[in-house]
Design a protein around this ligand. Structure first.
Ligand code: SF4
Length: 368
């Protein structure tokens, strides 16, 4: 079993962000622990635990989990441990922003059981960070990495965003160099997307910002892919690469359709064919847990056809790939000829060029 905990609190909203967040100057630690505790009680007796009794990964995502007090993280992990056994060597990931990291906090996270940190870097360019409304400054990034290392965190992932507007004149190669100079074990690459109801969405609507032509975003993605391979990273999923032995076990669980329970506002749960998702708003979520109301906003049971399509999509996202039998012969042969996929021993894997076309390729074969 895999646990996801959504910590919605942020100091302010980044321009591109459409996640379920709650902007708070002070993090309401006690209220959060109590609310998660109450939701956890509703899951502790779920029949899924019979089939999958041991917690294998815990992921604190957000929002900004590093804005929780370290003691709050320790108490939450203890809470989960009190309900179900946690496997030896469980992967416990905390998403953290560089400006929240001090050696003391990093030590406390380690003592609490956190053994993987995902660092929200996005860029090393001060003008880009300011444009994004990030709370950290460029010089805080190496300081944060230093603090993590001195506290014994050696499994650290770095997030970068590519495909920024031309007006930013962002030097992608320089940002990649600085990211590699931090010696992370894992790198996540996200293309900037424009979502409605975000500050960026409004800027684009008013003509005050424009995304770059898709060929520049694609070129940046391919440059990153080449650098990752040259430095010994395994590009194991469309947006993720890691040194051998450092794939994110938690994210892999989603892509392999392993069971997971999501706690907190907007968190999703997937128990084989069952899907459920919580209300998005923190205030609503917290009030419901106090009132003893359900926090689920919806649920569905996937049909066999939906499961097949999900397996197709998830398989093509990863370097694990798919058995060619899952696809029509004509389709994958064209992909291989075009350099979008490789086939070996009956397994088809998309190349980086293929991942740039992932949605279109999936759509083209979803009828098989
Ligand atoms: S820190 Fe992350 S979750 Fe918070 S506003 Fe920025 S992108 Fe969104």
């Amino acid at each position: 079993m895999h646990l996801y905990v959504h910590v919605p609190f942020c100091a302010r909203r980044c321009v591109y962000c459409d996640f379920a967040i709650a902007v708070r100057r002070e993090t309401p630690n006690e209220e959060f622990i109590a609310a998660i505790g109450r939701e956890w009680e509703t899951w502790k007796q779920h029949p899924a635990w019979v089939r999958s009794p041991v917690i294998d990964t815990i992921y604190f995502g957000g929002g900004t989990p590093s804005r929780l007090a370290p003691e709050a993280i320790a108490r939450l992990i203890d809470l989960f441990r009190s309900g179900h056994p946690i496997a030896e060597g469980t992967e416990v990931t905390l998403e953290a922003n560089p400006d929240d990291i001090t050696t003391e906090r990093a030590q406390s996270w380690r003592q609490a059981g956190v053994n993987r940190v995902s660092l929200g870097v996005q860029s090393f360019d001060p003008a880009v960070l300011e444009w994004m409304h990030r709370t950290h400054r460029a010089e805080q990034i190496p300081e944060a990495m230093g603090a993590l290392r001195s506290a014994g965190h050696h499994n650290v992932s770095v997030d970068l965003i590519y495909g920024l507007p031309d007006t930013m004149r962002r030097d992608w190669a320089a940002d990649l160099d600085q990211a590699f100079a931090l010696a992370p074990t894992h790198l996540s690459l996200y293309g900037l997307t424009v979502e409605a109801h975000t500050p960026l969405g409004r800027w684009v609507e008013r003509g005050q910002a424009a995304l770059p032509p898709s060929d520049r975003a694609a070129a940046e993605y391919l440059v990153a892919h080449g650098q990752l391979r040259a430095r010994g990273f395994e590009h194991y999923e469309v947006s993720n690469a890691a040194l051998p032995g450092h794939w994110s076990r938690h994210n892999l669980a989603y892509w392999l359709r392993s069971p997971f329970i999501g706690l907190g506002p907007s968190a999703h749960t997937g128990l084989w064919e069952e899907r459920a998702w919580n209300v998005r708003d923190w205030v609503d979520y917290e009030r419901r847990t106090r009132a003893g109301d359900v926090v689920l906003a919806g649920r569905e049971r996937l049909t066999a056809e939906q499961v097949r399509l999900e397996e197709l999509y998830l398989g093509l996202r990863t370097s694990i790939g798919l058995p060619v039998a899952a696809l029509g012969d004509a389709a994958w042969a064209v992909w291989v000829q075009s350099g979008w996929a490789v086939e070996r021993n009956g397994t088809l894997r998309l190349t980086a060029e293929g991942w740039l076309r992932l949605d279109a390729l999936v759509a083209s074969v979803s009828h098989f």
